[in-house]
Design a protein around this ligand. Structure first.
Ligand code: IMP
Length: 203
């Protein structure tokens, strides 16, 4: 069993990642959270201007500090009619709660016809011993709903209707989200690489 530290304080993300890895048949990884390494609440300032920069910053800081194999993700929502904003700044788009940020998005989209958007996720893996870094990408396309709907998930899930569906992520729930989300896609890429990487290390 390999322990892999997940550099996030977002409980929603940690649960999602654990479940998705299980669905992908990765049974030899035990995800450690920041609380497992006595660093609950430890926050790395996200000063990068790209998802990859921020994910690298989070993973590298925690890998250097703990010497564990570490992954971090950085993600956001990109809305076409807003010039692909808020993107990498999604978490700081408005002060307050996730609901406040959803309401701001709806307000900015008032009167705009194009409701298309996508969730983007970048996962960075760092091995502090081998000085290895690997980057994995995932996207999920969809539309912004006219109002918040549903109670599952987190962040912008109550506003996001994925392509091919008629309900928001927050209505569809984790069974669907864990198959189609940007994070699931990036984790699928990670899982494919991990299976090959493990083979190389076993031979
Ligand atoms: P960060 O990756 O921790 O910087 O957060 C990214 C921002 O995008 C947060 O405000 C999240 O609410 C939002 N976000 C990222 N992934 C998701 C998702 O799966 N559903 C809804 N919102 C998300």
């Amino acid at each position: 069993m390999t322990e892999l530290l997940l550099a996030t304080n977002n409980g929603g993300k940690a649960r999602e990642i654990q479940t998705i890895l299980h669905h992908l048949g990765i049974e030899d990884i035990k995800i450690l959270t920041l609380s497992d390494v006595h660093l609950s609440g430890f926050a790395v300032e996200e000063t990068g201007h790209t998802y990859e920069d921020n994910a690298t910053l989070k993973a590298k800081t925690l890998a250097d500090k703990t010497r564990h194999l570490t992954i971090a993700d950085d993600s956001g929502i990109e809305v076409t009619a807003l010039g692909h904003k808020p993107g990498v700044y999604s978490a700081r788009y408005a002060k307050g709660s996730d609901t406040d940020r959803c309401h701001k998005l709806l307000k900015e989209l008032e009167g705009k016809e194009d409701r298309s958007a996508k969730f983007v996720c970048v996962i960075v893996y760092i091995d502090p011993h081998g000085n290895e870094r690997h980057v994995f990408h995932g996207e999920c396309k969809g539309l912004i709903a006219p109002a918040l709907q549903g109670t599952h998930g987190f962040g912008y899930d109550p506003l996001f209707v994925p392509e091919g569906y008629h309900q928001t992520m927050a209505e569809l729930g984790s069974d669907v989200k864990d198959q189609i989300s940007h994070r699931a896609k990036a984790l699928q890429a990670f899982a494919t690489w991990w299976k090959g990487h493990k083979k190389v290390h076993e031979t």
